[in-house]
Design a protein around this ligand. Sequence first.
Ligand SMILES: Cc1cc2nc3c(=O)[nH]c(=O)nc-3n(C[C@H](O)[C@H](O)[C@H](O)COP(=O)(O)OP(=O)(O)OC[C@H]3O[C@@H](n4cnc5c(N)ncnc54)[C@H](O)[C@@H]3O)c2cc1C
Length: 572
Amino acid sequence: MWSYTPPLRDMQFVIEDVLQAPAAWAAIPALAELDADTARAVLAEAGRFASEVLAPINSAADLQGCRWRDGVVTTPAGYREAYAAYVQGGWPALSCRPDDGGQGLPVLLDAALNEMIAAANHGWTMYPGLLHGAYECLRAHGSDALKQRYLGKLASGEWLATMNLTEPQAGSDLGLLRTKAEPRADGSYAIIGSKVFISGGEQDLTPNIVHLVLARLPEAPPGTKGISLFLAPKFLPDDMGRARNAIRCTGIEKKMGIKGSATCAMSFDGATGWLIGQPHRGLAAMFVMMNAARLHVALQGLGHLEIAQQNAHAYARERIQGRGKAIAEHPAMRRTLWTLRALAEGERVIAYWAAMLLDESHHHPDAARRAQASDFVGLLTPVAKAFFTDNGHRGADDALQVWGGYGFVHDYGIEQAVRDSRIALIYEGTNEIQAIDLLQRKVLDDGGAKLGGLLARLEADADRVGAASAEFADALRAQTAAARAATAALVAGAQADPEWPLRVADDYLRGIGFTLLAWAWLKRAAAAQPLAGDAWAGDTLRAARFGVQWLLPEAAFRWQRVAAQRAALPSA
Ligand SMILES: Cc1cc2nc3c(=O)[nH]c(=O)nc-3n(C[C@H](O)[C@H](O)[C@H](O)COP(=O)(O)OP(=O)(O)OC[C@H]3O[C@@H](n4cnc5c(N)ncnc54)[C@H](O)[C@@H]3O)c2cc1C
């Protein structure tokens, strides 16, 4: 039956052997007290929470869904208790700063935690999913008064947070949003407007909800330059009588997946809110939250791949078909199983590296290292969000085939994973928007300079590994050369044909995704070789080799398409 085993062995391998994070922590004063043993203990505990508390309530929550009645939302059975246990375990505070009541642990451990909880129960994970981003946003841009009132409550998870961007007419294009914020004499604002698709906009897990809301001040310039960010709580502070704010949940969506997550239509009827950051600079402030949230969504994609591969593997070993053979012995199925494993293991290296770079960008004592880490995170975030969620959903769909007809049946678990994983391609900026963000804003805007720096960093690792990993180093060098050639061609050709990058952004992003995977498989192979004789290490080496031989060829197809699509697309 469907179950989740936290991949602690691989997490430890990636953190300690592949990325050598403990040595990196030692060089950063804010993280220097953490050692590998403590990190292992934290992850083992997080894994227990994911597999023993969240995974067992996932399937029933999918059938039960959320209920809405007169503005009140009831979450599925077990959700409240699981959230109380999450808060009691101190999990929301894991990477928050100690002076806000947090544990000051690296974002890297928070990433591993989020991978596990998303794999075990994506719907439930939506509720705390925005907590850390809201905390970071408020910390970076909130007034002292707001920080004093709300940071501690968010760090502890006592109150949950939401992100109120989307409106019926404003989805990918937030420049179209109409919600208004009118200044009041006491320095607060009256927020008036409607939002849709707000995850956790109303819920029964916490006594208060901290809504972060995008709205326009009077006489704001049109488009995205006229958007400001506000904090509006469900219940007003003690000195305002803890009155219920004028915020209502007017309904919840019936959806394809993540049915345990309440997706709310919200009405702000003159709700009291306070400005976060500068007027008209709301999107910049919100981006702090969105970047953190995008890495979490990438981890949802990875989590879906991991749990699909675990369960597909277990089923394929037991099910006998075709001359007494287990399904796992048929080459067509073996190929699927190795694909899932190679992708999940490669993506884990990339995701955790991105998280390590986030830690470096926040805490490294050297300013140049902080700046470079931040540039690399800027490039990795859209790739991880779009590439991992694409692979997570496709991987779950391919895995379903391993069960044959039983895969189509709810009781076996995989059909829920196929449905749940689909949303991750859409929210937090659709995957098309991620691809444009990568190619247009992050690569073409500086003529490919930062990307060149990232590729050089990958190539330096290819030069460092010994002769035993030569096949992996050659594969990586071929990928970086292809990525450089495609980038140079786009830089040269984009002015004459500005639509060209937009036509091929998706292929470009997948090409970069595979380049990063080639690097991840190289790093894994190099770290696994000294462990010769260990059965698990042998398998992970086989998975890396499979990735290079069977999956990297897609990159060549993607780069070919980037080069070939010079002709305009016909209009729809
Ligand atoms: C379950 C769920 C939870 C959500 N949670 C939240 C939340 O908590 N807070 C919140 O604010 N929002 C949330 N959303 C909203 C989500 O972020 C939006 O659905 C998403 O941004 C896309 O907007 P849209 O649905 O209006 O699609 P549209 O913007 O109408 O896009 C439709 C299609 O056109 C493509 N497209 C649009 N513009 C471009 C372009 N310039 N170039 C290329 N392609 C383009 C898109 O990629 C997409 O494929 C949630 C949505 C869902 C379904």
